[in-house]
Design a binder for this molecule. Structure first.
Ligand SMILES: [Ca+2]
Ligand SMILES: [Ca+2]
Ligand SMILES: [Ca+2]
Length: 328
């Protein structure tokens, strides 16, 4: 048993070494007064303003369940390699249908490896890359999102799935584990971890309607306005909508200079002033390190067959990682 675990760790570390080898030289030193407002000493590159706006015409779901409900819970991972996801909200007596673990990091490679390992409750799981994107203004080359099916390791069958799930992302000897303020690092960083979110999809006697998970979101980084059109083929109906996103922040630490995003679902505002706090203020990592958001909202599907999700940023560089539409 010990040897097996040791071998797994060796494999994980070896994978980490391979996957985190920089393919390109590190980016230039930080440039101040750039787009991603809120940096003390900005690491933002001089971004082409054209990539600040995004419009995705039609995104098909990557996962679909005919009768399902879900909960989504996330945790920050910047300047750390491990965290615990406190998964909550599944009603007693529910049956788990699927567990999906999403995570994201930036590094000096425009494209991440097609697969990446992660430890989930001490088990090596191989994740599939869902998207490469522009780095969200940290002077790096790319942002990479992954998903792993962790269904076998979600507790159920006589227990309940609302447990504390440990996650460890790949690391090497140069990976930051300081947990320090992301906007005031004292070290050269080759990889910037963002966070991880566990989506538990379940069913019980009360469950109604199909559920869709969307993660085919390449080049989704934006810092102005972005619209994502999510195809589901469902007519008017209430639903629970969840978003998972990287690099949301309230400012450059404790200020509020980047705290004013607004969110709209089929034209109805669901977050941001005056409705509630922004979906993009790093809520899974308050107070620090921020940079990871998981939020769920009650919505109504008003556009037949496809729903639009629109975010208005005011300069905060943001990377949507996954969306869930869970009809009720
Ligand atoms: Ca449902
Ligand atoms: Ca923000
Ligand atoms: Ca940001």
């Amino acid at each position: 048993m010990k040897r097996t675990r040791f071998t797994l760790w060796l494999a994980l570390i070896a994978c980490a070494l391979i996957t985190s080898m920089p393919a390109a030289a590190p980016q230039e030193e930080p440039v101040s007064e750039e787009t991603n407002i809120g940096f003390y000493e900005s690491t933002s590159p001089r971004l082409d303003p054209a990539i600040g706006d995004k419009q995705f015409e039609k995104i098909d779901p990557s996962f679909r369940h005919e009768f399902a409900d879900h909960v989504a819970n996330g945790v920050q991972l910047r300047n750390r390699t491990s965290a615990t996801i406190h998964s909550r909200g599944v009603p007693a007596g529910s049956r788990v249908l699927q567990g999906l673990l999403y995570w994201n990091f930036s590094d000096n490679n425009p494209e991440g490896p097609d697969t990446s390992p992660i430890l989930f409750r001490g088990n090596v799981v191989v994740g599939r890359k869902t998207a490469d994107s522009q780095d969200p203004c940290w002077g790096m080359a790319g942002s990479h999102s992954y998903v792993a099916d962790v269904t076998p390791w979600i507790l159920n069958n006589g227990s309940h799935p609302n447990q504390d799930y440990d996650v460890v992302v790949p690391f090497n000897a140069r990976t930051s584990t300081t947990g320090q303020n992301p906007w005031n690092p004292s070290e050269v960083q080759e990889q910037r971890n963002q966070g991880a979110t566990l989506i538990i999809i379940y069913a019980n006697d009360q469950t109604v309607g199909p559920l869709f998970v969307y993660d085919n979101l390449p080049n989704s980084m934006f810092f102005n306005t972005a619209t994502f059109n999510l195809a589901h083929g469902i007519a008017s109906r209430p639903a629970l909508f969840s978003m998972v996103g990287a690099d949301g922040q309230r400012g450059g630490g404790f200020d509020n200079s980047a705290a004013l995003e607004t969110s709209f679902f089929d034209g109805v505002q669901i977050a941001g002033s005056p409705v509630m706090d922004s979906d993009w203020n790093g809520g899974d990592g308050v107070t620090l390190t921020q940079l990871w958001d998981t939020h769920s909202h009650l919505v109504n599907l008003n556009n037949s067959g496809t729903s639009s999700v629109t975010y208005n940023s005011t300069g905060d560089c943001l990377v949507p990682v996954a969306f869930v539409i869970d009809t009720n």
